[in-house]
Write a protein that binds this ligand. Sequence first.
Ligand code: ACM
Length: 543
Amino acid sequence: MRMRVGRLAACLTLALAACAPAAKPRVQPVTPPAVAAAPATTTAPTAMPVSLGLVPWPRELAAGTGPGLDVGPASKIFVTNAPAALRIAGDLAALVARSTGFRPPVTPFVPGVSEFVPPGSLSVTLVPGTTLPEGYQLIVEDSRLRLNAAAPAGLFYGLQTIRQLLPYWGEYDAILFQRPRPALIPPLTIRDAPRYEWRGAMLDVARHFFTVDDVKRFVDLLALHKMNRLHLHLADDQGWRIEIKKWPDLTAKGGATEVGGGAGGFYTQAQYSDIVAYAAERFITIVPEIDMPGHTNAALSSYAELNCSGQAPPVFTGTEVGFSALCVGMDFTYLFIDDVVKEIAAITPGPYFHMGGDEVKKLTPAQYRGFVERVQTIVQARGKQMIGWDEVAAATLLPTSVVQHWRPDAAHGELARAPHLILSPGNRTYLDMKYDDDTALGLKWAGLIPVRTAYDWDPAAIVPEAPAAAVLGVEAPLWSETIANMRDAEFLAMPRLAAIAEVGWSPAAARDWERFRVRLGAQGPRWAALGINFYRAPDIPWK
Ligand code: ACM
């Protein structure tokens, strides 16, 4: 028995049910993921085949002609004989198996002998120099699927695209025990690469603690949408969440509670390394943040000697901000910071260390600037690039330092001088803002953020005075004052995380709210199969 997965070019633009073979199908055709749209040939907004349901939308997509992919018992996956390519080919085999009922064996190409891919088969090829950074090409034609990239990250992003082209039922773990089903991949050519190098999200594990498994699940949500940075907010007034071997009370005392007085928690360095490795397998860089000099009550309550008064304050389980500050005039404070940066830098392969720097109400502007500049030197000496929230733009920054814009009213003059910028405007990207007045979870100090508000903005217009080359990209922070577990986190993150992913990945000219909302709606069955507790936003046509 062969499962037909080839389709005509028309299937790109028509409801997929209309693409069922003329002969009586063995099983029911797939429900179309979305409505019909204009003919598909380019990324021009008027010519998008929204029925493909891809999020984020690729840089270039053209419909092909003739048969698409036709997977059957004889199908194989041919692959460049390199560890990263072999791993991605293995993941592709598992995905195809869950989607079609056939598991194609993975077969390395024999270099120089044959790179022939027979009909019905797939190939995963690393070809240096052929694609933009993080880019890939996906060509489905003549009953074959070819995925090419210059580097492993591109292959991984191509795999996520294939995942969204295959039916949602492949997300069910037990699907292999079910009868085979048809899976539809039409003929097409995709040449894709991201608009921005920084496509991130932040998870606040300090206000409420999230377990290693929670964080991995959050990583999975990022990976599904081709995001590549996970910023972990590891310390705040309510909790210190990362083991520092030289300062054990940071976690023993400062990690033992959270907002509302729950038990809190922390990651051992081995657990943190496990998260880093899990993320790296998905081409996601972990960005650790220790917020300072404010947001430091957890540290100050753990060690009396960090306080100017010599007295440790009690632990804090409320949600006010701005009341704590390190003793910035004391050299001992910088020895402490150096120990912390040193231990975290040693277990963080990524190039960044985020020092927070936000909402400091207890210091003079001169004290604040002096603190930031001294910490910047420490971070650099420990081999990392410093990132700080946008208040740090008031200091004299090194050419390597990065400013993370968050306050919609932050001074543009300072931001325009930032060596590098990450855009997290609170009124667009803050995943902890409520969707509407009825949303039970979340806050609204930056405004209500319905999905359209999260989607319908251009990063290039946020700080127009900043040189385009300074803008690294976008990041969506999820603060956890009002969320206590992953179910809550998913409700606020999804679907807005997908919207921000597209803001960061897709070319501005290809973005269009009306088409996006239909493609987003097509994710519903996949997210449901993955058990994601997403918000069924009323303006999205959920499938
Ligand atoms: C922030 O939201 N305080 C960076």
